[in-house]
Write a protein that binds this ligand. Structure first.
Ligand SMILES: Cc1cc2nc3c(=O)[nH]c(=O)nc-3n(C[C@H](O)[C@H](O)[C@H](O)COP(=O)(O)OP(=O)(O)OC[C@H]3O[C@@H](n4cnc5c(N)ncnc54)[C@H](O)[C@@H]3O)c2cc1C
Length: 440
């Protein structure tokens, strides 16, 4: 690997793929590195989970590995001129219905990190930020985590900018839909074939196709006659609804300097939901909802996989009334009646790759030489954009720490999905019905 003459095809130009391209080309300026994506990097809209308006950038993890990794990423977001324009340090507020906040504070301490991070009572939280969250739903809340060092990243803007930078550094970008991996009878991977029949060959193929990863592996398993290529239970496509409200000047004067806000729930209750501050130019505030779902469909005769809808845009703008209602619910649990009159629009179903532990997959594929997997964002991957590629390159070189090698392995012990609040619990076909009102 050290000659620098190797060739790399990276399928998927989301944060996993682009960050990998960035670290590869920095380390091996003479290597051939090609990103392949179905969407142009500067397209008006993209299917990538990483393509979006605003995404949370936080280090508030009860898992110390992600806490440390997120701090490493945040340091880059805050200091490196390439990333700095896209980070907004608004701070964050997080209602905790268990001991999550204390576990986060403990992790900061163990990592020797100084920040004005604390838990406050519900009464205090109601008064903070000019009473912005005085009407929030505090049912079952034990305490509220406050971290002034968190914030959000301009996701789509940063993705475009860093992709531009990797192109400037010599990475190639091919707009094409990958139909299958090229696999020999012994499982050796030599590249990819696009749906238009174009073949691209490389010594290393890195699959960072996000929510489409399992589908592409299923196609490749069937095409090659090698069933062990398939993902099986390792990584599953899941969808979540986001929605936005465009604030008028009066509302923007109140919410313009708000922190990122979370409603945290116990694993039994369900996933945490969030409210993101308005974007600077368009004054658009964003929420994501509590329902995370699969879309299990027959991708090939007899082969059932959770896969985004089979349309070029994943049908991401076709959001059912039931799922739009998720955003209404999210608005309500943060601001109560105060913002109930806001027009919620720009609903999008965002598809990501989920693992049952929420741990990424950054690993050689155990059934194929030359094939590597870097995915599994599990609804929390964006914030690692500035660093994840460094670890993917370490994996490619066999230098990844034993701890991360085990945590992010293709083959590893996987916890029961029932224990994970973020693992998809529903099927999309069951969510097309009428509006649910019980939670409001
Ligand atoms: C609603 C929502 C909100 C989120 N909010 C946050 C947040 O606030 N903070 C945070 O840190 N994380 C957040 N995440 C998670 C984060 O966005 C993802 O984990 C991360 O962006 C995943 O990046 P990726 O590179 O794995 O996949 P993606 O960004 O999805 O990229 C995969 C790429 O592969 C391409 N591709 C797929 N199949 C093919 C094919 N066959 N041929 C060619 N190209 C292909 C796609 O076009 C796409 O560009 C959120 C996710 C969602 C869904």
């Amino acid at each position: 690997m050290s000659s620098g003459k190797e060739s790399y095809i990276i399928v998927g130009a989301g944060i996993f793929g682009v960050s990998t391209a960035y670290y590869l080309i920095k380390q091996y300026p003479n290597a051939s590195v090609t990103l392949v994506d179905r969407d142009a990097f500067d397209a008006e809209t993209r299917v990538a989970a990483s393509w979006d308006w605003n995404k949370v950038v936080r280090a508030d993890y009860d898992d110390i590995v992600y806490c440390e990794l997120a701090l490493e990423a945040q340091d880059i977001f805050k200091s490196d001129p390439l990333w700095k324009p896209y980070f907004h340090e608004t701070g964050l507020i997080w209602t905790c219905r268990d001991d999550y906040g204390r576990a986060v504070i403990d992790n900061y301490k163990r990592l020797g990190r100084k920040a004005d991070i604390k838990v406050v009572s519900i009464e205090e939280a109601r008064k903070m930020y000019g009473g912005l969250f005085d009407s929030a739903d505090y049912t079952g809340v034990k305490e509220v985590l406050i971290n002034p060092t968190g914030g959000w990243g301009a996701a789509g803007d940063s993705l475009r900018a860093i992709t531009r930078e990797v192109l400037r550094l010599g990475v190639k970008y091919e707009v094409a839909e990958v139909a299958t991996l090229l696999l020999g009878k012994d499982g050796q991977c030599s590249g990819i074939k696009t749906t238009k029949g174009k073949v691209l060959k490389a010594s290393h193929t890195i699959l960072s196709a996000g929510a489409y990863t399992a589908t592409l592996l299923e196609y490749s398993a069937v095409n090659s006659g090698l069933p062990n290529i398939a993902a099986g239970f390792r990584v599953v496509a899941g969808g979540i609804t986001t929605g936005m409200a465009k604030l008028d000047d009066a509302s923007h004067a109140i919410y313009g300097s708000m922190p990122v806000a979370f409603q945290g729930y116990t694993p039994k209750q369900g996933p945490f939901i969030g409210s993101l501050p308005p974007t600077p130019g368009d004054h658009e505030m964003k929420w994501w909802g509590p329902t995370i779902f699969k879309n299990t469909r027959e991708v090939l005769p007899g082969h059932f996989v959770s896969s985004p809808p089979p349309k070029p845009d994943y049908a991401q703008w076709e959001v059912s009334p039931r799922l739009k209602d998720d955003i209404k619910h999210a608005n309500h649990v943060f601001y109560g009646k105060k913002t109930a009159h806001w027009k919620l629009e720009k609903h999008r179903i965002c598809w990501d790759a989920f693992t049952t532990s929420g741990d990424f997959i950054v690993s050689p594929h155990t059934a194929s030489k030359g094939l590597y997997i870097a995915t599994g964002g599990s609804f929390h991957g964006y914030k690692f954009f500035p660093v994840i590629g460094k670890y993917v390159v370490q994996m490619l070189e066999g230098r990844l720490s034993p701890e991360l090698t085990a945590k992010w392995a293709w083959d590893r012990q996987r916890p029961d999905p029932a224990l994970s609040p973020d693992f998809p619990r529903f099927e999309m076909r069951d969510l097309v019905g009428p509006v649910r009102t019980s939670k409001l």
